[in-house]
Design a protein around this ligand. Structure first.
Ligand code: MN
Length: 325
């Protein structure tokens, strides 16, 4: 799959998603025919995150095109998360917490607190703006993932929407509690709106757990550890590492000590050329330029209630647009 990216140096790096730091990444390590990659560090405001996707040679897994893992960290007595209003197009944001609480507000007027085990799903479609922050009175710990799903060509101009799912289906397999927040896995299916065939689930070991996880062989998958350790398909994993499994796998052995948590994401390979820049997922530079102009002109709408200025798009230099294989 070819992807076009803007090779743009940003002044702050804040929320800049794809840039030449991808070029500095090493090759994934092949283990047992799978690919093991290390996260790189990125800054989102004051928070250092482990960025697992995109990778230089793998810009999406199914339609999943962005994975940030942050924490666990203490936010006791400090501001905590503070992501000012910013726009999105062409994607869904999937917010999933393992500890703490975060308040979401968007340009549709949504205002929603999220806690562990719940899903905030925002469909940007043709355009939405939102802010995410630790509420003034917040839990002392914060731990979570911020995920993006690229909308396929047929759906990427969909009406913007926000949904919150306070309860999600779960089941247990040999000590592993499996909570499905997007799509389906081994009998549990999330009610969340999806636009392509994909899945996302949290796997938490309630005791020392060892099982064979059934997978959809039409899907490619990634699995990573959020807490503790795990052994997946014979490969030891710790936080900051991600294992990629190509299509064709009908199941994998998973073992984890009590208390460990993993995230499993998968989907049918997208097979579309993505152009990702800042908070936008598009197909052409012109769309990115139009989205920046719309944001600068206030055409994404207001996000109420945030005590601070919206984010500014980093400088966009069309002369730096380059094609990469
Ligand atoms: Mn966002």
């Amino acid at each position: 799959m070819r992807t076009f990216i803007w090779d743009v140096r940003t002044e702050t790096g804040t929320m800049s998603t794809l840039d030449q730091d991808l070029e500095a990444l090493g090759q994934p390590v092949a283990v047992h025919g799978l690919e093991l990659t290390d996260a790189r560090q990125a800054q989102v405001g004051d928070v250092t995150v482990r960025r697992l996707l995109p990778l230089r040679l793998r810009r999406s897994v199914g339609a999943w095109c962005f994975i940030d893992h942050y924490g666990p960290m203490s936010v006791d007595g400090v501001t905590g998360m503070a992501v000012p209003p910013h726009p999105h197009i062409g994607l869904q944001t999937v917010t999933w917490l393992l500890a703490g609480n975060v308040l979401h507000r968007d340009s549709l007027g949504s205002e929603q607190m999220i806690r562990p085990g719940q899903l905030n799903l925002m469909t940007a479609g043709r355009g939405i703006a939102h802010a995410e922050e630790s509420p003034v009175e917040h839990d002392p710990q914060l731990h979570g993932v911020q995920l993006w799903v690229a909308l396929p060509e047929a759906s990427r101009l969909a009406e913007p929407a926000f949904e919150h799912h306070a309860q999600l289906p779960f089941h247990e397999a040999d000590g592993l509690m499996i909570t499905v927040f997007m799509g389906g896995l081994t009998g549990s299916r999330s009610p969340a709106t999806t636009f392509s065939r994909l899945m996302g689930a949290e796997l938490t070991a309630r005791r020392d757990a060892s099982t064979r996880l059934e997978l959809n062989p039409d899907f490619e998958h990634v699995i990573f550890v959020a807490n503790g350790t795990a052994e997946v398909a014979g490969t030891a994993l710790r936080p900051g590492q991600m294992l990629y499994l190509p299509t064709g796998h009908e199941g994998i052995p998973v073992a984890a000590p009590s208390g460990s948590t993993m995230l499993l994401l998968g989907g049918v390979p997208l097979g579309e050329h993505l152009l990702m820049w800042w908070n936008f997922v598009a197909r052409t530079p012109q769309e990115i330029q139009a989205a920046v102009a719309d944001w600068d002109a206030g055409r994404f709408g207001e996000v109420g209630g945030y005590a601070g200025d919206p984010l500014k798009a980093p400088p966009l230099r069309a002369d730096l647009l380059i094609r990469k294989p």
